[in-house]
Design a binder for this molecule. Structure first.
Ligand code: NDP
Length: 338
C-alpha cells in the first residue's frame, strides 16, 4: 500500500532533502505541493517533478493523499496541521511544531483524537552517530552519565538569511531553529528529560528585529546530569560536536550536528580509545521510513509529536530564561493531553 504525500510549503528543506527522502521509499509518492504563491508553486512543482501545484489547503485535501509534510515558516504550522488532521491526514511537521508549547500540545492532542499519526522532523535522532551514542550509554560503556556538551553553532547559509533572522512573527531566531534540535538530541541520546534551563542569547550582527542569532544554554536533567549547548548562526569557522562524559568513560563525537550521515564517535575509557562504527543511512530517508512504518501500524515516528512538544517547551523555557536572567523550569505538561 503506497503512501501518497502532499507537501505544504514550497520550501528549501523539502527541495534539498525531503522530496528525495519520500521518493526513495518503495511505497512513497508525492501527489502535490501547496504554495501560497501559485506562480512560485508551479515553478517549484516543475523543478521538482511534482505532478500538481495548488495554492489552498482545501485544494490539497481534495487530492488523493494520505499524509502531509509541513515545512512552511513556523507560525503557519499550527493552523495547517490542525486543518490536515481535520481532513484525516497523517502529519509530519517540521520543527518547531508551533510557536509555543501550548500550541504544540493542541496539535498533538488533535492528532491523537483523530487517530492520525503525527511526527516531528527532528532529523538528528536518525543519525547513526547519535544512535550509536545512545546505545553505548544504554549498554553501560561510560558508566553513569554525568555531563554533556553540544556544539551546534554554524554559519547560516546566505540563501537562508531571510525570515530566520528578520521575522520574529514567523518564529525566527536561533533558539527555535537550532536549540530545539539540540535539546531533542540530548533527550534521545541520554534517554533523559531536561527539567531546568538557564540561557544567554546574543545578537552578534546577523539577526535584526530583536531576534537572537546565538545562544548558550545550561540544562539540568532528571537524572542530575548537566549539559551545555551552543547554537549560533554567525560562526563561520566552528566545528560541530557532541560529548557525553560518564563515570567510566566519555563519548566524543565530532561533525555530528549536521544534516548529513557523517562524523565520528570515539569511546574513551580506562582501556583506551575506540572509534564506534555506525550506519550511514541518510537521516531524512530514515525519518520518512519510520513515519511510513508508523502509518502502517508498525512503531512510532523517529520523533513523535510528544518529542516535538518537549523540544519546543524546552526552547520556550530557554528564551524565557534569556529574557528574565533566571533559570526556568521546563514543563511540557504531557499529562494534560491524556
Ligand atoms: P524556506 O524559507 O525555504 O521556506 C519557507 C516558506 O517560505 C515556504 O513554505 C515558501 O512559502 C516561502 N518561500 C520559499 N522560498 C521562497 C522564495 N524564493 N520567495 C518567497 N517565499 C519563499 O524555509 P526552510 O526550508 O529553510 O524551512 C522551512 C521549515 O523547515 C521551518 O519550519 C524550519 O524550521 C524547518 N527546517 C527543518 C530542518 C530540519 O532538518 N529538520 C532544516 C531546515 C528547515 P510557500 O509555501 O507559500 O510557497
Amino acid at each position: 500500500m503506497s503512501v501518497k504525500w502532499g507537501l505544504i510549503g514550497a520550501s528549501t528543506i523539502a527541495k534539498q532533502f525531503m522530496v528525495n527522502a519520500i521518493r526513495v521509499q518503495a511505497d512513497g509518492k508525492i501527489a502535490a505541493v501547496m504554495s501560497s504563491d501559485p506562480e512560485r508553486g508551479q515553478a517549484y512543482a516543475v523543478e521538482n517533478n511534482i505532478p500538481l501545484a495548488v495554492s489552498t489547503l482545501d485544494e490539497l485535501f481534495d487530492e488523493d493523499i494520505d499524509a502531509v509534510y509541513i515545512s512552511t515558516t513556523n507560525e503557519l504550522h499550527l493552523e495547517q496541521a490542525l486543518a490536515a488532521i481535520k481532513a484525516g491526514k497523517h502529519v509530519l511537521c517540521e520543527k518547531p511544531l508551533a510557536l509555543t508549547g501550548a500550541d504544540a500540545r493542541t496539535m498533538v492532542a488533535a492528532a491523537r483524537a483523530a487517530g492520525v499519526v503525527i511526527g516531528t522532523n527532528h532529523h538528528l535522532r536518525n543519525a547513526g552517530a547519535h544512535r550509536a551514542m545512545r546505545e553505548a550509554i544504554a549498554t553501560g560503556h561510560i558508566g553513569k552519565p554525568i555531563a554533556a556538551r553540544v556544539f551546534h553553532s554554524v554559519y547560516l547559509p546566505e540563501n537562508l538569511q531571510g525570515w530566520r533572522i528578520r521575522k520574529p512573527e514567523a518564529g525566527g531566531g536561533v533558539v527555535l531553529d537550532i536549540t530545539v534540535h539540540d535539546v531533542d538530541t540530548l533527550r534521545f541520546v541520554l534517554r533523559d528529560d531536561p527539567v531546568d534551563v538557564s540561557a544567554f542569547t546574543q545578537s552578534a550582527g546577523m539577526a535584526g528585529s530583536g531576534l537572537e542569532d546565538g545562544a548558550m544554554c545550561i540544562w539540568r536533567f532528571k537524572s542530575g546530569l548537566i549539559a551545555q549547548s551552543h547554537e549560533g548562526f554567525t560562526t563561520r569557522y566552528a566545528d560541530t560536536g557532541f560529548e557525553v562524559h560518564g563515570s567510566e568513560g566519555s563519548l566524543i563525537a565530532r561533525n555530528v550536528m549536521t544534516q548529513k550521515p557523517v562524523g565520528s564517535v570515539i569511546l574513551r575509557t580506562a582501556s583506551g580509545e575506540e572509534e564506534l562504527s555506525f550506519d550511514h543511512e541518510d537521516l531524512y530517508f530514515r525519518s520518512v521510513r519510520r513515519f511510513h512504518c508508523a502509518i502502517h501500524g508498525d512503531g512510532h515516528p523517529a520523533a513523535t509529536g510528544e518529542d516535538g512538544i518537549w523540544s519546543l517547551a524546552s526552547a520556550e523555557a530557554a528564551l524565557q530564561s534569556a529574557s528574565s536572567g533566571k533559570a526556568v523550569k521546563i514543563d511540557p505538561k504531557l499529562g494534560s493531553m491524556k
